[in-house]
Design a protein around this ligand. Structure first.
Ligand code: AMP
Ligand code: ZN
Length: 111
């Protein structure tokens, strides 16, 4: 059982802001910034480590979705952060690949 697969199938609710053939995006339930959207491939991939060569077009779709969502949310010009936490040390808590789109505030540097 995977909570993001349940959101993709409609079994679990979400506050959806974007959807296309390969990707869904919805508001994070515990927002860490004024704009905090999760961009999730509909295909279950556990993490970046599980991405394969055939997922290339999917990754392009995710980045394109991030751009569209940033424009839709009115943050494309001021900027945003796109983050994928991976594994226990990376702080990943949901084992279905996803990218956090964070915006609406000046963010401290992490690296
Ligand atoms: P990560 O910790 O990087 O794996 O990110 C998982 C994110 O999913 C966290 O920021 C959670 O707040 C968020 N999250 C968990 N369950 C839900 C849910 N049902 N709807 C929206 N966001 C969720
Ligand atoms: Zn899943």
């Amino acid at each position: 059982m995977c909570i993001f697969c349940d959101i993709v199938s409609g079994k679990a609710p979400s506050r959806k802001v974007y959807e296309d053939e390969q990707v869904i995006a919805f508001k994070d339930i515990y927002p860490q910034a004024p704009v905090h959207i999760l961009i999730v491939p509909k295909k279950h991939i556990a993490s970046v480590v599980e991405v394969s060569d055939e997922d290339g077009p999917l990754l392009v779709d995710i980045v394109t979705a991030a751009k569209k969502i940033a424009e839709q949310q009115g943050v494309a010009k001021r900027g945003f952060r796109l983050v994928a936490n991976n594994g226990p040390d990376g702080g990943q808590t949901v084992n279905h690949l996803h990218f956090h789109l964070l915006a609406g505030d000046v963010m401290g540097r992490m690296c």
